[in-house]
Design a protein. Sequence first.
Length: 248
Amino acid sequence: MTSLVWDGCINVRDLGGLGTVDGVTTQHGRIVRADNLRKLSKRGRKALLDHGVARVLDLRFPEELAEDPEGDLPVEVVHVSLFGDSRTPVWQAEQNAAMDRAATAEEYLVWSYGAFLDRYRDKFAAAVQAIADAPEGAVVVHCLGGKDRTGLLTALLLRVAGVPVEAVAEEYALTEAALAPTTPAWIALAPDEAERRRRELMRPAPATAMVEVLRGLDERYGGVVDYLRGAGVTDDTLERIRERLVAA
């Protein structure tokens, strides 16, 4: 795993360099995870192109796209709204209520990640398919901060490639430090105490939470591969994900 400097973004990592249970290593220049690419400067866009990016997979809600369009990136952009078709008031109210009930960030993350995986299985399948179908070159996966939507999809991809659960969780946890420079200001902008506490809960990215989420998929579905198969992802698609990540 290598952190990348793409001016304008703060949470960009190449998923190469991670060992798998088969004794091979994920390759650099295949899949990159990032925060909102809309923030890239001209220099940042050049860095993206220099990295060989051929497709961008944007996981944001349609409302987010409307408020903050992708811009004029000179590469193919595919949109999959990973956490449902729309961030409706009902959707947001459910998340707020769950955060208000949660005693810790980990408690909220484990619940919400598990719920998203169960409810939006078809969206995760579509996102995996979009990566498998991408043209030769690197694929960038991003959402807003690159933590939740991007973090969950990245975890699935790495598990398909055979990266151990603990290593996947450690990679996920790097996001907390990456976003730390901007987090205090974001929390300070909360309009009231309830929202401030919610933002505090959304700040951490504990490895233990991702371990529990992935173990939950093992228990409910028999593992990530069977979770995706049950959503309609074919063995050919899964193999193309593996090849993209690990083939020399």
